[in-house]
Design a protein around this ligand. Structure first.
Ligand code: ASP
Length: 303
């Protein structure tokens, strides 16, 4: 049994304002990433390779809030966060506040596999990217007209306070189980529109936005990151499965519909358990998502 699930962010655009053409674009992007990740699993590739490939494609897709097309800080720059976790030995790599690394998920993987560290940020992370021969680009590469417009609207609107951040849209993530039973999770984001420079969300925080442990589950989250950090969301789900015997569905539901709302937070997550069963749930209006497995399941959904 092999399986993969992906997300392209929670807090989806209200149904009424998601034009058919835009919806088709989101769906096509999700399908591409889902099928690329699945093809690797189908060919005997690892869960780690599958989540990395899927997230990389979503980073390159301007529709999503990661890599090219990332949400912008209040200064109009892109600052990117990403993490990857390999359920085999619970190895992890993460990066935050990147301004020039074209594919943050690749750098997160290099941190995991080629450094002695788990989390690198800012200039030090980019120095490491240079040493590793990864592609660096001007910050301009990440900024799209749509994100600049969004930032402008945000700054002219009512939600400019640091205390009431707007819902981010389009963070990307993937979880997978390969035929050998290994689990992996990956998440990548530009964070929240109009964020303060230097703000780091949950995505690169192991246990908050990203987590994987073989025999238990793999999780990638999206939503209002500050709450996911405070709830140690991804780890909460895995710990509930491992130590309290909850099903993955119940653990995810508890986190999204009890723990986070009690703090005032919302969002969604994708997860899969040791057997490859996929759970995708959210407390926002929607979540861009897709799932595919070797039992023939293949679906893409937004609401
Ligand atoms: N969780 C991400 C963050 O807070 C944003 C998102 O998922 O849309 O950085």
């Amino acid at each position: 049994m092999h399986a993969i699930a992906i997300h392209g962010g929670a807090g989806a655009v209200p149904r009424a304002s998601l034009a058919a053409e835009r919806e088709a674009r989101y769906r096509a992007g999700l399908e591409r990433a889902l099928d690329a990740g699945y093809a690797l699993l189908e060919a005997g590739g690892s869960a780690l390779d599958a989540v990395c490939a899927a997230v990389r494609l979503l980073e390159d897709d301007a529709s999503f809030n990661a890599g090219h097309g990332a949400a912008l800080t209040r200064d109009g720059a892109a600052e990117l966060d990403a993490a990857i976790m390999d359920g085999r030995q619970m190895r992890a790599g993460a990066v935050a506040s990147l301004r020039h690394v074209k594919n943050p998920i690749e750098l997160a993987r290099h941190v995991m596999e080629k450094s002695r560290h788990v989390l690198l940020v800012g200039a030090g992370a980019e120095e490491f990217a240079l040493e590793q021969g990864l592609t660096l680009v001007p910050n301009q590469y990440f900024r799209t007209a749509e994100r600049l417009e969004q930032l402008d609207a945000e700054q002219r609107g009512t939600r400019v306070s640091d205390l009431v951040p707007p819902a981010a849209q389009g963070t990307v993530g993937a979880v997978a189980r390969d035929a050998a039973g290994n689990l992996a999770a990956a998440t990548s984001t530009g964070g929240m529109t109009n964020k303060r420079p230097g703000r780091v969300g949950d995505s690169p925080i192991i246990g908050a936005g990203t987590y994987a442990k073989n025999g238990v589950c793999a999780v990638s989250a999206t939503g209002h990151g500050e709450y996911f950090i405070r709830a140690v969301a991804a780890h909460h789900v895995c710990a509930a499965v491992e130590h309290r015997g909850l099903t993955l569905e119940a653990a995810v539901a508890e986190l999204l519909h009890q723990v986070l709302p009690a703090l005032g937070g919302d969002g969604g997550l994708i997860a899969l358990d040791h057997a490859g069963r996929i759970v995708m749930d959210f407390s926002t209006e929607g979540m861009f998502r897709g799932a595919r497995d070797s039992n023939g399941r293949r679906d893409i959904a937004i609401y």
